[in-house]
Design a protein around this ligand. Structure first.
Ligand SMILES: CC/C=C\C/C=C\C[C@@H](O)/C=C/C=C/C=C\[C@@H](O)CCCC(=O)O
Ligand SMILES: [Zn+2]
Length: 603
């Protein structure tokens, strides 16, 4: 494995490698902290080893020991986004191949960026508090002092003490629960993760949770008020898992549970092993299931190679759509993805190096670097290669082989490319014609736009152009029949196309509401785009609706653009700022940080 440093981590991954974590947590809702003890089993990688550096962020470190002997430690200067290096000096020297158990007693901060603590009023049930984590990309270090780099993979065991009226879940297999011997009002939940995984996939949730069985290896979890509806929504999970296995190989994680998150969860989903987190706005989990292979089994070496996780996951996700629905749907999703890529390039700017497929992340906050680029420029590259090398079955054969080769390990873009050339050794002449530098190390849109089939998209394009070209006298020609011919993905695409045009006149948007009744649509993907179309047309009645959606749920895919849209409507810039400030405390810490930057609020 070629040594590749991790610009997003302080940890000394060349000196030692974490093989196992043993975690003991006491969850304190009153103080909003995790009182923790972690035992890291480290393998020594160098000849003389007597010190190491771990990642930490806003942790109170009380005590460090190595093989039971007290060890010196120092928390270094805090970095603007990477947290603080935790320097540890062992009381003895070890050599290559030996193991050492480093134990650390610590406490997290109430403002730990990996954690969101919800009051009972912020939950559906309104009776109990709620805690959930989101570690990707570099927030595990605010929850555990560790080697917080995806280049390191380890198993873990955890014991979590919580008030006995609550349930704890983690990204691992359940290993039972016992009363807390030190406090009869608490219970200890036990978890075991036998498959080596990177720290960003450690996840915890504590709340008044219930579950329903939805398959032979799957349960869906949520607050009890939502659990029956969730069981219905995700009834196809086993079918989707089997389809993914037929494409990518065996599912190695054992259990595949789903946790329906509170509305403030900042992403559509998070592929935590054994327990995918999904927001209520997400109805399709093919992406998260696909991560069980690309991302969780084969993992990017560091975050500059994030496209390997996401590009391949989107490719498998869309192959599942091809298998379960149609090739036309896969093509249609490719067209939609190209638009998402265009939006990210427009947001960052076509010359911004963060739109490189493989960006340089030195001194870059990964949360600020996050966009659709690794997903959709990554997918476009893989689809382009599929077109060149023989079609979907041929290229999926490569993807399955790539997964088998790099399973349980980590990979860089160079290693991926070398294997691509090896696998297609009789098509090297074709591969040498690909402009790799343009695809990987150049900002802006992908150098080649795949030739997608437009069968499902044509109706969307036609309706969009009718509205764009319509004059006042043409507005009477629009009727509710226009959208009855469109399914939900097509309605979303129609609105995404409108968002790529100049803002519609206010008269057009009011007519659209009159004939299509879009204000009453609950589908988040539709509502999100509809409200942006209205605010861009300066329809003032839409402003409170946009801010309501921006604050009632916290998925950044929706919250950030909605706040920005209102902020850009100059008459309502202050309204956007004040609404954000009023709601800031209830937002996820990363969401709050990024919206503040979007609205140009310092501190
Ligand atoms: C080039 C970017 C380099 C590093 C970024 C890596 C992680 C960024 C960090 O912000 C975490 C992202 C977590 C994403 C989790 C799930 C996504 O797949 C959801 C995508 C957006 C959505 O659907 O809500
Ligand atoms: Zn993903």
């Amino acid at each position: 494995m070629t040594p590749v440093s991790d610009p997003s981590s302080f940890s000394t991954v060349s000196k030692c490698a974490t093989k196992h974590l043993n975690l003991i947590y006491h969850v304190d809702f009153d103080k909003r902290v995790l009182k923790g003890k972690v035992a890291l089993t480290l393998e020594v990688l160098e000849d003389k080893f007597s010190s190491l550096t771990l990642d930490s962020k806003d942790l109170k470190i009380f005590k460090v020991s190595a093989n039971g002997q007290a060890a010196q430690f120092e928390v270094g200067t805090k970095h603007k986004s990477k947290g603080s290096p935790l320097e540890i000096t062992l009381p003895f020297e070890l050599s290559r191949g030996q193991h050492v158990i480093v134990e650390i007693e610590y406490e997290t901060s109430p403002s730990a960026t990996a954690l969101q603590w919800l009051t009972p009023t912020q939950t559906v049930g309104k009776k109990h508090p709620y805690l959930f984590s989101q570690c990707q990309a570099t927030h595990c270090r605010s929850m555990i002092p560790c080697q917080d780099s995806p280049s390191v993979k380890h198993t873990y065991y955890a014991q979590v003490s919580v008030p006995k009226e609550l349930v704890a879940l983690m990204s691992a297999l359940h290993d039972g629960q016992v009363p807390d011997p030190s406090d009869s009002s608490r219970v200890i939940y036990r978890f075991r993760q036998p498959v080596p995984m990177p720290s960003y996939l450690i996840a915890i949730v504590v709340g008044a949770l219930e579950s329903r069985e939805i398959g032979p290896r799957s349960r869906v979890w949520s607050e009890k008020e939502n659990v029956d509806e969730a069981a219905f929504e995700f009834s196809e999970t086993e079918t989707m898992l089997k389809t993914a296995e037929s494409l990518a190989g065996p599912y190695v994680w054992g259990q595949y549970d789903l946790l329906v998150m509170p509305p403030s969860f900042p992403y559509g989903g998070m592929e935590n092993p054994c327990l995918t987190f999904v927001t209520p706005t997400v109805l399709v989990i093919a992406h998260e299931i696909s991560h069980s292979w690309t991302g969780n089994l084969v993992t990017n070496r560091n975050w500059e190679h994030f496209w390997l996780n996401e590009g391949h996951t989107v490719y498998i996700e869309r192959m599942i759509a091809r298998c379960m629905e149609s090739e036309h749907l896969r093509q249609f999703k490719g067209i939609g993805g190209w638009k998402e890529l265009q939006e990210s390039v427009n947001q960052f700017g076509a010359n911004n190096v963060l739109t490189n497929l493989v960006p340089n992340l030195h001194e870059v906050d990964t949360d600020e670097a996050f966009s659709s680029v690794p997903y959709e420029k990554g997918f476009a590259l893989l689809y382009h290669l599929e077109e060149l090398l023989g079609g979907p079955e041929v290229f999926m054969g490569f993807v399955k082989s790539y997964i088998q080769l790099f399973a349980y390990g980590t990979v860089t873009t160079e290693e991926w490319k070398n294997y691509l050339f090896t696998y297609f050794k009789d098509k090297v002449d074709i591969l040498n014609k690909v402009d790799w530098n343009a695809w990987m190390h150049t900002p802006g849109m992908a150098p080649v736009k795949p030739k997608y089939d437009t069968t499902m998209a044509d109706a969307c394009t036609a309706l969009c152009q009718r509205w764009v070209k319509a004059k006042e006298e043409d507005l009477a020609s629009f009727t509710e029949e226009d959208v009855k011919k469109l399914n939900s993905p097509q309605l979303i695409e129609f609105m995404a196309l409108l968002l790529q045009e100049e803002p519609l006149p206010l008269s057009h948007v009011k007519k659209m509401q009159e004939v299509y009744q879009l204000n009453s649509v609950k589908n988040a993907e539709v509502r999100f785009r509809w409200l942006r179309i209205c605010v861009r047309a300066h329809w003032e009645e839409a402003v409170p609706l946009a801010l309501k959606m921006a604050t009632e749920q916290g998925r950044m895919k929706f919250t950030r653009p909605l706040f920005k849209e209102v902020y850009n409507f100059s008459k309502y810039s202050d309204k956007a700022l004040n609404t954000f400030k009023e709601n800031r405390g209830a937002l996820h810490p990363v969401t709050a940080m990024l919206v503040a930057k979007d609205l140009k609020i310092n501190g």
